[in-house]
Ligand binder design. Structure first.
Ligand SMILES: Cc1cc2nc3c(=O)[nH]c(=O)nc-3n(C[C@H](O)[C@H](O)[C@H](O)COP(=O)(O)OP(=O)(O)OC[C@H]3O[C@@H](n4cnc5c(N)ncnc54)[C@H](O)[C@@H]3O)c2cc1C
Length: 291
């Protein structure tokens, strides 16, 4: 199918883009990578009267060191996240997760901001933002506001971004080297959206678990962070029994939607298995360092 007709705008500055958003309100839509919006327009699931293309706004792209945080511009492509040396050093969960998004061609065009704004419940970038407590900066003609990832996602494909607002950048806290992270997902075919994905951050200090963050996608319309589960497993020795018990606790903590195609028990079992895989990987890496 072809999209409904629309007026195409290509602003030369962020100010011009914000003016267009303010002018056209809900009739206007930003386009960045186009990897989600264009298929939706082709299927007539979205029919914006005004398409505002931000691809000329190079100041919105790039990964920058900001002291205790890493800042990523909204227009940064998934492939740039995958290859960023700064992210590999300070925020390795992001490149690990971005490398699993769709196929090569999609990662070449799709952007961080587009993925967060689209808010697909299976999106890797949404899960990492939620797991790491990213801060998302939105700009409009009235100024900027910063939103915590914990309140940014309101539901499947729903966020707090207003029609006159644009995501401009995202901040992720730098992770010290002793905080290890792993990203695991399961999809039916390579490149498909994941059925379940799990992000784990673990710090073991003198044989005890000092920090633990667990994020799960595919079990709810928004990415989940299982803080209550993690709290129960802190301060313990991360042995094989601990790993198995944590996997089980994750599977019990989620309540996936009942669907004939993918029953909840299947998603729960995937969440258990992927959590165990992630923890085993992190503990093996750590053993390698200590040996
Ligand atoms: C075959 C296929 C497989 C895919 N597989 C995966 C996958 O496995 N995992 C995954 O996470 N994604 C996947 N994607 C989606 C891909 O990651 C997209 O790049 C992403 O969802 C949207 O980013 P985009 O830059 O292409 O946004 P666009 O398609 O340009 O825009 C998407 C939405 O975001 C809005 N938007 C864009 N930029 C901004 C901004 N700066 N501020 C506010 N709103 C904005 C647009 O108005 C639109 O509503 C897949 C896509 C395809 C076609």
């Amino acid at each position: 199918m072809k999209p409904a007709s629309f007026e195409y705008h290509r602003p030369a500055s962020i100010g011009e883009a914000l003016d267009l958003l303010a002018l056209h309100g809900a009739q206007g839509k930003l386009i960045s990578g186009g990897q989600s919006l264009v298929p939706m327009m082709n299927m007539r699931l979205a029919s914006p009267a005004h398409l505002i293309d931000i691809n000329d706004l190079s100041e919105l792209a790039g990964v920058r060191d900001q002291g205790d945080a890493v800042e990523i511009g909204t227009l940064t492509r998934h492939c740039e996240v995958v290859s960023s040396a700064l992210l590999k050093k300070h925020c390795p969960l992001l490149p690990k997760a971005a490398a699993t998004i769709g196929h090569h061609a999609i990662r070449q065009r799709g952007t961080l901001g587009g993925s967060l704004a689209h808010a697909d419940p299976a999106a890797q970038m949404a899960l990492v933002a939620r797991t790491l407590d990213a801060r998302i900066t939105l700009a409009s003609r009235s100024g900027e506001r910063e939103v915590a990832s914990g309140v940014f996602f309101e539901g499947a494909m729903a966020t707090v971004v207003r029609p006159d607002e644009m995501i401009v950048r995202v901040h992720y806290p730098k992770l010290p080297p002793q905080e290890r992270s792993s990203f695991k997902l399961f999809s039916r075919r390579h490149g498909d959206f994941a059925i379940i994905s799990v992000a784990v951050l673990l710090e073991v200090h003198e044989g005890w678990v000092r920090k633990l963050l667990i994020g799960v996608n595919g079990a709810s319309p928004v990415p989940l962070r299982l803080d209550a589960v993690a709290a129960e497993f802190l301060g313990k020795t991360p042995d094989a029994r601990w790993v198995e018990a944590l996997g089980l606790a994750v599977s019990r903590a989620i309540t996936p939607e009942d669907s004939a195609r993918i029953p909840p028990i299947y998603r729960r079992e995937l969440a258990r298995g992927l959590t165990v895989q992630a923890l085993q990987e992190l503990l093996a890496e750590r053993k390698g360092d200590v040996a």
